[in-house]
Ligand binder design. Sequence first.
Ligand code: F0G
Length: 458
Amino acid sequence: MELPFAESYKIKMVETIKRSTREEREKWIKEAKYNLFNLRSEQVFIDLLTDSGTGAMSDKQWGAIMLGDESYAGASSYYNLKNQIKELLGFEYFLPTHQGRAAENVLFSALVKEGDIIPGNSHFDTTKGHIEFRKAKAVDCTIDEAFDTEIDHPFKGNVDIEKLENTLKKYPVEKIPFIILTVTCNSSGGQPVSIENMKAVRKVADKYGIPVIYDSARFAENAYFIKIREKGYENKSIKEIVHKMFSYADGMTMSSKKDAIVNIGGFIALRSEELFKKATVFNIMFEGYITYGGMAGRDMNALAQGLDEGTEFDYLETRIKQVEYLGKRLTDFGIPVQKPYGGHAIFVDAKKFLPNLPKEQFIAQTLGVELYLEAGIRGVEIGTLLADRDPETHEERYPALELLRLAIPRRVYTNNHMDVIAVALKNVFDRRDKITKGFQILSEAPIMRHFTVELKRV
Ligand code: F0G
């Protein structure tokens, strides 16, 4: 008999989580003005709000914390991380930052000017935010297949090379400071980019003389999908694939809170000394001195160790199989989810789940609240609230997809938790015909409203 699959780690420390009653949750979510961000963590049983900074560090990472060097300049922890980045990712230069958006802030301060165009694949919100804040424009060149949750394409994060080339042809080269490639693509469902596509992006970029920067938050999960799905890579190690991926990039921004399995941290890594020097000025201004940026020495140590562990096949297999396990259970219940399953999350197609609800009543948010009421599970809306109003007309922007993202923290929950999530969502699914009313806005911020929006039931 073939042995069943089991996690590639055992548990050394635990944290208590508490169940609650439906009555308690009714009260708490009402007090939270039906915004899941306003809940206290104790009011949540299983927290799937994000996989960012919520992972469990290993014994070796905690050990590395104790060896952190907190010297202001020239700390050994900095050199430890620098060596790891050079060895694993192949970049000579690096700058530590406190998280991913800080890396974007620093690098874009050096590269982006008003009126610039930055083509990419479904730019993440903070990336787009840092582009638009500088009065530049993000042009999405993701393949069309990404926007249909039912099409089973192995690399839904891929760039449509024709869309990219048309963008590069349309604007003068001086207006395009770089192309940004997000690996994996969070906004399109944790979907990977193939090596073949990375090569093709590089080729077009070289033709026009434009650098390529990777938004690398989930680069290791991307490498896992390449190994599993792309011909020619099945026998390569994750670390070899990672090296190959970054060989097509001029630089990267990193939110270490994801695939490097730390609770805080980020960095910029670059090939060009000239760009490194330019970015250094902004890093010192916004983050901190060159050899610590926005990080403590101990956190750089944990990050260096996390980069190594996070690119081990056994860990990644455990991680991605857990996400897939949840995806399969939901599919077996007939619940509409994005396919193929993403690396870090399952995305529930809320429009298909609640077809009776008008789009003006925030469909994915309504589903998120229902799931919380059902079992104290907190997901996050990726829909109309997140999409914000049009900055000029102030009209609602209704996105093509209304999704409820269930992001799975790394090494935190067991498959028993996945079972609770699946059954809770099934119970909501069974009573979906009765969910005919959603929400309306009580108050909202002018941008990034989803974090603080206050709602009431229609
Ligand atoms: N890029 C991607 C692809 C991301 O998913 C994120 C964060 C960032 C950059 C920004 O990094 O949070 O360290 O400043 N995503 C989190 C999420 C917030 O929940 O998906 P950060």
